[in-house]
Design a protein around this ligand. Structure first.
Ligand SMILES: [Zn+2]
Length: 283
C-alpha cells in the first residue's frame, strides 16, 4: 500500500518530468473527468506544480484547475517517454496526461477529480488532514493535540488516522512504534506526551530517511527503509519479519491481524514492553 513516502516520491518525479510543460493530450476512463475536460479543456494548459499532501497527490494547471488523485491500495503514477511501452496493461489505465517530452499515466487510481481553487478550499478530506510528515513546516504539537482527541483508541490506529497525522501507512506504523519502544495496542490516552513526542520524532526521521534522494533506487518499494542500515536485507525493523529474531534483542517478532481490513501489525514483545492488559486485549 502506498504510504506518505511513496506519494512524496511520486510527486517529486512527476514534478521533475512535467512542471512547466504544456498539456498536449488528456484521456481518462472516468466520465466525470472527461466531462470537465470537455467544458474546461486541459490541453493547452501549463502544468505548474505537482505536490503531495499526506497520501494525496495534487497536480496544478494554469487557469485555476487542479487534478487531485489518491492511490488507496493499488493506484500508481508512471512516467514514460512518448511511444514507450507501458509496464502495466492498458486496462488498468485510469488517466493519461501527454506532454511533448513525457507521458504520465495513472494506473488503478480510484480517486481522481478536477478541482478549482474554491473546490480545494472546501474539500472535506483534504482540509481535515493532520500535519504532513514530509512538510517542512510540520507542527508536532498539533499532532499531539489531535491525538489527544482519540481517547482509548489503540496508538497503532491513531498513527494510521490521516486526520491526526498525514503520511503513516501500515509499514511505517509498525516501524515507528518499534523504534520508539511503544507497544502497538497501548491505548492512546496511556501514551504520555514524552512518548508521543518521541513517536512523532521517530516518524519524521524515518520518513526523511525514506524520501531522501538516492542514486540507485527510484522504486518506492525498494526505497523504504527505517533502520538506517545500508544492507538491503536490513531495511526494516519489524514489518514483515514475524517469527524472525528482533534486530535489537533477538526475541522472535510477533504479528497479529487487526482492524476491519485485517492489516498485519508487527512488534517485539521485549523491546516494546506493554502493559499486559493492553497487549492481550488487542481486537
Ligand atoms: Zn526486541
Amino acid at each position: 500500500m502506498p504510504e506518505g513516502d511513496t506519494i512524496y516520491r511520486a510527486a517529486q518525479t512527476l514534478q521533475r518530468a512535467l512542471a512547466g510543460s504544456t498539456v498536449t493530450g488528456f484521456r481518462s476512463v472516468y466520465p466525470a473527468l472527461t466531462r470537465i475536460d470537455h467544458d474546461r479543456p486541459l490541453v493547452g494548459r501549463t502544468i505548474e506544480s505537482v505536490r503531495s499532501v499526506g497520501k494525496h497527490l495534487l497536480m496544478a494547471f494554469s487557469g485555476d484547475l487542479t487534478l487531485h488523485t489518491h492511490m488507496r491500495m493499488h493506484g500508481s503514477w508512471h512516467i514514460y517517454r512518448p511511444l514507450e511501452g507501458w509496464h502495466r496493461p492498458a486496462r488498468d489505465m485510469r488517466l493519461v496526461i501527454d506532454t511533448a517530452r513525457y507521458v504520465a499515466v495513472a494506473f488503478n487510481v480510484p480517486v481522481a477529480e478536477l478541482l478549482t481553487g474554491d473546490d480545494l478550499a472546501r474539500h472535506e478530506a483534504l482540509q481535515a488532514l493532520g500535519p504532513d510528515l514530509t512538510d517542512s513546516t510540520f507542527d508536532g504539537l498539533e499532532v499531539i493535540r489531535r491525538a489527544r482527541t482519540r481517547g482509548t483508541e489503540q496508538i497503532q490506529d491513531t498513527l494510521l488516522n490521516q486526520r491526526v497525522v498525514s503520511g503513516i501507512g501500515n509499514v511505517f506504523k509498525s516501524e515507528v512504534l518499534f523504534a520508539a519502544g511503544v507497544h502497538p495496542f497501548t491505548p492512546t490516552a496511556a501514551v504520555d506526551d514524552v512518548a508521543l513526542t518521541r513517536l512523532i520524532d521517530v516518524a519524521r526521521k524515518q520518513m526523511a530517511m525514506s524520501i531522501a534522494p538516492r542514486e540507485h533506487s527510484l522504486s518506492p518499494a525498494t526505497g523504504r527503509r527505517t533502520t538506517g542500515s545500508l544492507d538491503p536485507n536490513e531495511k526494516l525493523w519489524v514489518y514483515g519479519r514475524g517469527g524472525k529474531p528482533c534486530r535489537r534483542c533477538g526475541t522472535p517478532i510477533r504479528s497479529k491481524q487487526t482492524g476491519a481490513d485485517a492489516r498485519l501489525t508487527y512488534w517485539c514483545p521485549q523491546c516494546q514492553a506493554a502493559r499486559a492488559d493492553a497487549a492481550e486485549s488487542g481486537h
